[in-house]
Design a protein around this ligand. Structure first.
Ligand code: ZN
Length: 369
């Protein structure tokens, strides 16, 4: 479209005659050679950059008053010529498709089948390991009350442990008592409380789901991420059961050669608590960049259910049955564990940037098909 506008040096009749004859020739030549009528139409009649508009603007701008009318008439004729050429092009059968028809030997349109998102896939893998151990899946809401997310899990109001989970709270909750205030759950642990209130032991549940924290996004953190949490409560459940269960699960997820080790840790809702490391799956414990030369990768948190949690559950259950004693810590014990799905998926697939999971970039996602 960047062609030069032809110069019109004089506005007398013979000059106009000659200039418009040249334009009419130009249109004729193009209609006979142009295959795409739409390109032709835009080139001449385009509302902003069309040749007809540009030329008429240029010529009319410097035209003496008496030349404007003959110019206008000639531009109209030119426009009619272009429109007639377009009508003719539209009426003519399209050359290629009319000859070729539909070629049924050409490959058809390939519609790729959908695949599970890599995070959902990993989450499902973790869940199914515990299904094999007799656990069932429990789910809960992402918008939680302070009671289920914190208080019942032994995070009293104003307790410093709450600061370790920077919480997104819902607006306009100040009028409510603190335990009823709504927030985005910071972990899947409230589902433990909901399940125990609803069901007497024995209980074996695994809780996959989305959690929210007011964290700045970086290579390994996202304000929204996924956890899988587990809870087992029964008579005679010991720390050995916890160790055996998690050791089995890690071997099922990462291969039978993987070793586990447990370190003392702290969580308000378990006592004692532990962090679990697995031997580095990249270097088999020899030390590499991925494990910062330590040979171990920290993977999850766990512990024995704190009796204070059983006490909160009992308090709620007694609102329905004052004699309820199902979660008496003298009779039952339990363990709980939780892990980040993103972290495990990143280790499984060697992904260094958590943002890839949420980008929707097909180049990334297609690798998991
Ligand atoms: Zn390593």
């Amino acid at each position: 479209m960047n062609e030069t506008i032809p110069q019109l040096l004089s506005y007398d009749d013979p000059s106009l005659e000659a200039a418009f004859a040249t334009l009419a020739d130009e249109v004729r030549t193009e209609t006979s050679s142009q295959r795409d009528a739409e390109v032709f139409r835009l080139r001449w009649l385009g509302r902003k950059q069309g040749r007809l508009k540009l030329i008429s603007e240029a010529w009319l701008k410097s035209a003496p008053a008496e030349a404007r009318k003959p110019l206008g008439i000639r531009f109209n004729q030119l426009k009619q010529q272009i429109e007639a050429a377009l009508v003719a092009a539209a009426a003519a059968p399209p050359v290629t498709s009319a000859k070729a028809g539909i070629d049924i030997t050409l490959p058809g349109m390939v519609r790729a089948p959908g695949i599970p998102h890599p995070l959902l896939k990993t989450m499902q893998e973790i869940v199914s390991v515990f299904h094999d151990l007799g656990y069932s899946t429990a789910l809960g809401p992402q918008v939680e009350t302070d009671f289920y997310n914190f208080e019942a899990l032994n995070f009293p109001p104003n307790h410093p442990a709450r600061d370790t989970q920077d919480t997104l709270v819902l607006a306009n909750q100040q009028a409510k008592p603190s335990r009823d205030r709504l927030l985005m759950r910071t972990h899947t642990s409230p589902v433990q409380i909901r399940s125990m209130i609803a069901q007497a032991p024995p209980i074996r549940i695994v809780v996959p789901g989305k959690v929210h924290r007011n964290d700045a996004a970086d290579a390994t953190h996202s304000p929204v991420f996924h956890q899988v949490e587990g809870l087992c409560v029964d008579t005679n459940i010991t720390f050995s059961d916890l160790k055996g269960t998690l050791d089995y699960a890690m071997k099922a997820l990462f291969g039978s050669g993987v070793k586990t080790r447990f370190f003392p840790s702290f969580f308000p809702f378990t006592e004692p608590s532990a962090d679990v490391q697995i031997s580095c799956i990249f270097c088999a414990g020899m030390g590499c960049r991925k494990c910062k030369q330590s040979g171990w990768i920290e993977l999850l948190g766990c512990g024995m259910v704190d009796p204070a949690v059983f006490a909160s559950v009992t308090e709620e259950r007694r609102k329905l049955d004052p004699a309820d004693d199902a979660y008496n810590p003298a009779k039952v014990t339990g363990f709980a564990f939780g892990m980040g799905v993103e972290r495990i998926a990143m280790i499984q697939h060697g992904i260094s940037e958590i943002g890839h999971f949420y980008s929707g970039d097909m180049r990334f996602l297609e690798q998991f098909a």
